[in-house]
Write a protein that binds this ligand. Structure first.
Ligand SMILES: Cc1ncc(COP(=O)(O)OP(=O)(O)O)c(N)n1
Ligand code: 3NM
Ligand code: MG
Length: 531
């Protein structure tokens, strides 16, 4: 790749400090895996890599000729020295060669992690890739000092995510390994997660299927909808046919650690890291006579590199047929969202062509239906696109132009019925995972929030901010209409324009105005001026 193009794709932000990410792993003298792969990944995704070397391998693209373990004093010195001055925002753990190393690290994390997190004022994600065998078949644990299952379990309890492949998972759970996954892997996964309290991403790299599916069983995840906790979630990509795949697992796990260090919650971080791996595999290259390595091309920006999300518990999302929702007339521009039919009428009279009725709180069913019917009738009168939030059955009954649903509602509503009734569908999203999940349903528009802090609604997600919003805009530009929402007003709306987002939705900027119609006209004028 051309160096200027690479610079353009690089994730490094100019004004934010680079988050420190530790890679606690073994050195690969061939530069494809281990510390070297982690370092390249962390740097490429915009972090600052720090290294704690657990072992030195003499290795080329064909074989490992020697493995030299760092002794306990060397390992401890590296950890303590970094902790004193360069606390991590994310940690990736790779090869640990002995029971002694596994125990030392468990103990060190148990003793130090909370204090480091308190100093930083945020939790520190620890991603453990329990690599035991190199891809060339060389054992990476010392046969005379191999960790026991209880050593592994103790470390499992100190980390946020474990990323074993199938054979490593069998070793962690003491189940017999066969070439292909056992029928009961789902129960095994759930049992292990419940026992350790730690999320596990069972990676499909060592399986032979056409789709490379990684299965996450979740326990606790910060800033994530409760709907996705204690669930099985699949991340599926078409398997990329290449022999240049040395270091895939290291890249994946350090990619997750890097994305989390940059402030992405776990589910988003997995999507980013999987896309980064797919991008690297697609352009993988030879470095010796054996399997080559992943290419490094910066932050992933191609939608086709991102995984398809599978939620087995949501049968309605497993429909093979692609649903077709009525398209929206675009641009939506400034899209007012209100709980009041009176405000809705005022903005329609002022010229708004897309509006949403969003009624929350307790309301008598009769009154609710009356409000919804009135809003839909007004939409017809003003020839506007009126969306009804949440109440999709009433929206269908009264022939609304469209329905707006949140992620939780999307999992429960009958989307096929909405499509078959000829309505448009707007979906909410908060980050990569929800964006991918919503985009898979082929909605008429996608809302992305919340951009800035807002008191209007309490959400598990954190404000996205403008740099994340730009990444979502780049990923989806031209694929479907994108609407930013959350904390947007006349003062900050111009900043949204830079992020390739088509439209904005506002609640308070309209509802709290003395004259909502005039206020909409002013916002709309500002938005158009910034085109
Ligand atoms: C345009 C737009 N974007 C997002 C939302 C939020 O919808 P949802 O997640 O369903 O949350 P509630 O609005 O129901 O609280 C929206 N309404 N409109
Ligand atoms: C209703 C809603 N949904 C959001 C999301 O992120 O999904 S943010 C939000 C509130 C937006 O209100 P205001 O314009 O007053 O900040
Ligand atoms: Mg809703």
């Amino acid at each position: 790749m051309h160096s200027t193009q690479h610079q353009h794709l690089s994730a490094a932000s100019t004004d934010e400090p680079k988050p420190i990410v530790w890679s606690i792993a073994a050195s690969d003298s061939g530069g494809g895996a281990g510390i070297q792969a982690d370092t390249l990944t962390i740097h490429d995704l915009g972090g600052h890599p720090c290294n704690v070397v657990t072992a030195i391998t003499a290795q080329n693209s064909i074989h490992i000729s020697q493995l030299t373990t760092s002794d306990a004093a060397v390992l401890t010195a590296q950890l303590n020295c970094l902790a004193a001055d360069m606390p991590p925002k994310g940690i990736k753990i790779g090869v640990l060669t002995s029971a002694q190393q596994v125990r030392l690290l468990s103990h060190w994390l148990q003793t130090n992690l909370d204090a480091l997190a308190a100093k930083l004022g945020q939790s520190i994600p620890v991603i453990w890739d329990p690599v035991m065998l190199a891809s060339n078949g060389h054992m990476l644990t010392e046969s005379t000092a191999a960790p026991s299952t209880s050593d592994y379990l103790a470390l499992a309890k100190q980390v946020s995510l474990i990323t074993p492949n199938y054979s490593e998972f069998c070793r962690l759970t003491e189940t017999n390994h066969s070439e292909n996954m056992h029928d009961d892997w789902q129960q095994q996964l759930q049992k292990f997660v419940q026992k350790t309290g730690t999320n596990v991403l069972l990676t499909g790299g060592d399986q032979a299927s056409q789709q490379a599916v990684d299965w996450l069983y979740t326990e606790q995840i910060e800033h994530t909808s409760a709907k996705h906790l204690q669930q099985l979630i699949g991340f599926s990509s078409h398997r990329i046919a290449t022999q240049h795949n040395h270091g895939t697992g290291c890249t994946y796990s350090s990619g997750i650690a890097s994305a989390m260090a940059l402030g992405y919650p776990l589910l988003d971080a997995i999507c980013i890291a999987k896309a980064y791996v797919n991008q690297g595999l697609t352009a993988g290259y030879a470095v010796g006579q054996g399997p080559g390595v992943l290419s490094r091309n910066g932050w992933p920006q191609r939608l086709s590199d991102f995984p398809t999300i599978i939620l087995p518990a949501q049968q309605s999302l497993l429909l093979n047929e692609k649903l077709r929702f009525t398209k929206v007339q675009t641009p939506l521009q400034v899209y007012p969202v209100t709980q009041s039919v009176g405000v809705l009428e005022q903005v329609l009279a002022a010229g708004a062509l897309t509006v949403q009725l969003r009624i929350k709180g307790s309301i008598e069913p009769v009154e609710l239906e009356q409000n919804i019917k009135q809003a839909i009738d007004l939409g017809r009168q003003y020839q506007a696109q009126v969306f009804i939030n949440d109440h999709w059955q009433l929206a269908i009954k009264h022939h609304a132009f469209g329905v707006h649903l949140g992620q939780e509602d999307m999992l429960e509503a009958d989307l096929k019925q909405i499509a078959d009734a000829g309505l448009a569908l707007g979906l909410s999203s908060h980050g990569y995972f929800e964006i991918l999940l919503a985009a898979q349903r082929n909605p008429s528009y996608l809302a992305i929030g919340h951009v800035f802090p807002t008191p209007t609604k309490s959400m598990p997600s954190q404000p996205q901010g403008l740099s994340k919003l730009s990444r979502y805009g780049q990923l989806l530009q031209g694929k479907l209409p994108l609407v930013a929402i959350g904390g947007i007003n006349a003062e900050n709306m111009a900043t949204i324009k830079q992020s390739k987002i088509d439209d904005i939705a506002v609640v308070r900027a309209i509802e709290e105005a003395v004259n909502p119609g005039l206020s909409w006209q002013n916002l709309q004028h500002h938005w158009q001026q910034n085109q």
